[in-house]
Design a protein around this ligand. Structure first.
Ligand code: MN
Ligand code: MN
Length: 283
C-alpha cells in the first residue's frame, strides 16, 4: 500500500477514540489589532510538522507512540464570543472523553473558551503582552483581554516573557499574578524561574498557553504583534518541557505565517515538546 501525505499534523495517526492527545486548529483572527493573518497558522504549523523526524531523541520517543489525533480546523464564526462558545463545546467533548486538547491558533482569544471549560488550578502563559484589558475595541473577547477573562475562572496565573502593556496592566500583574518579564528571564535564567514556578504549582494541574510573540521577534518574525527583546526559543522549549507533565490542556497561538517559515517551524517543535514531555511523564 502506498502512503499518502495529508494536511493533518505529522504522526497524528490515531483514531479519535484510541487517542490520548487531540489536536485541532482554530483559524480565527477576528480581533487582530496589528497585522492580520494568523488564521493561516494551523495549516502552516501542520505543514512544518512534516519536516520533523518521527523520533524525538531528547525523550527517546517515536511521536506516534503518544497516540495523537488531529481533528482538523473548526469552521469558526466571525464574532469572538461565538468562537469562544465553539471552542468551549469542543473542549468539553475532549475533556469528557478523557483526552488532552492541543489547540492551534488563531489569535490568543481562542484560549478563553478552553480555560473556561477545563478550569485548571493554574494558568501559565508565555507572552510578550499582559493581555489584561477588560475590554478592547468593543469586545471583552479581544486577544488583548485573554488574561482578564481567564482570571475570572482561574486564581493562579503565571506570566513569563512579558514586556508590553500599559502602566495599569503592569501594576495589576505585579499585584495579582506571578509575573516574570523577559528581562527577569534574561537576568535570572529560565531554569531558576522554572524551579520557582514549579515550586509554586507543586502537583496542581495547569493550562499552558504559548503566545508565539513571547519569543523575540528577531528569532521568529512571523507574528501579528511582534516584540523584540524577548525570550529565546530554547527557553520556551524548556518552559514547555518542564511544565507539560502537570498540564491538562495546551495551545500555541498568534503565529502569522508571513515569514520564511521559522515561526511555524518553532511552533511545530514546541507542540511535539509538549506531547513528548506530557506523555513520557505518565509512563
Ligand atoms: Mn497574547
Ligand atoms: Mn502577545
Amino acid at each position: 500500500m502506498q502512503s499518502f501525505s495529508t494536511t493533518l499534523f505529522a504522526d497524528a495517526d490515531s483514531e479519535y477514540f484510541a487517542s490520548k492527545y487531540v489536536i485541532f486548529g482554530v483559524p480565527f483572527d477576528g480581533t487582530t489589532s496589528f497585522k492580520a493573518g494568523c488564521r493561516d497558522a494551523p495549516c502552516a504549523i501542520r505543514q512544518a510538522s512534516y519536516n520533523l523526524e518521527t523520533y524525538i531523541p531528547r525523550y527517546d520517543l517515536e511521536l506516534g507512540e503518544a497516540e495523537l489525533h488531529d481533528m482538523g480546523d473548526v469552521y469558526v464564526e466571525c464574532l469572538p464570543d461565538m468562537m469562544t462558545e465553539q471552542v468551549s463545546d469542543i473542549i468539553a467533548d475532549i475533556k469528557k472523553d478523557g483526552k488532552i486538547p492541543i489547540m492551534l491558533g488563531g489569535e490568543h482569544s481562542v484560549t478563553i473558551g478552553a480555560v473556561k471549560v477545563l478550569k485548571p488550578k493554574w494558568y501559565v502563559v508565555c507572552d510578550a503582552h499582559l493581555d489584561s484589558q477588560d475590554e478592547y475595541r468593543g469586545t471583552r473577547y479581544n486577544h488583548d483581554c485573554v488574561t482578564a477573562r481567564v482570571s475570572e475562572d482561574v486564581k493562579n496565573i503565571v506570566i513569563i516573557g512579558a514586556r508590553s502593556g500599559c502602566k495599569e496592566e503592569f501594576e495589576n500583574a505585579r499585584k495579582n499574578y506571578h509575573l516574570y518579564t523577559a528581562d527577569d528571564v534574561r537576568e535570572r535564567g529560565m531554569k531558576a524561574i522554572l524551579d520557582e514556578v514549579a515550586g509554586l504549582i507543586g502537583s496542581d494541574d495547569l493550562y499552558l498557553s504559548i503566545d508565539a510573540d513571547g519569543i523575540d521577534c528577531c528569532c521568529t518574525p512571523g507574528l501579528g504583534t511582534p516584540e523584540p527583546f524577548g525570550l529565546m526559543p530554547i527557553d520556551v522549549r524548556d518552559m514547555i518541557g518542564r511544565l507539560a507533565p502537570n498540564a491538562i490542556g495546551f495551545d500555541y497561538v498568534e503565529v502569522l505565517p508571513n515569514d520564511n517559515g521559522q515561526t511555524a517551524m518553532v511552533a511545530a517543535h514546541m507542540i511535539r515538546e509538549f506531547i513528548a514531555s506530557n506523555f513520557t511523564s505518565r509512563q
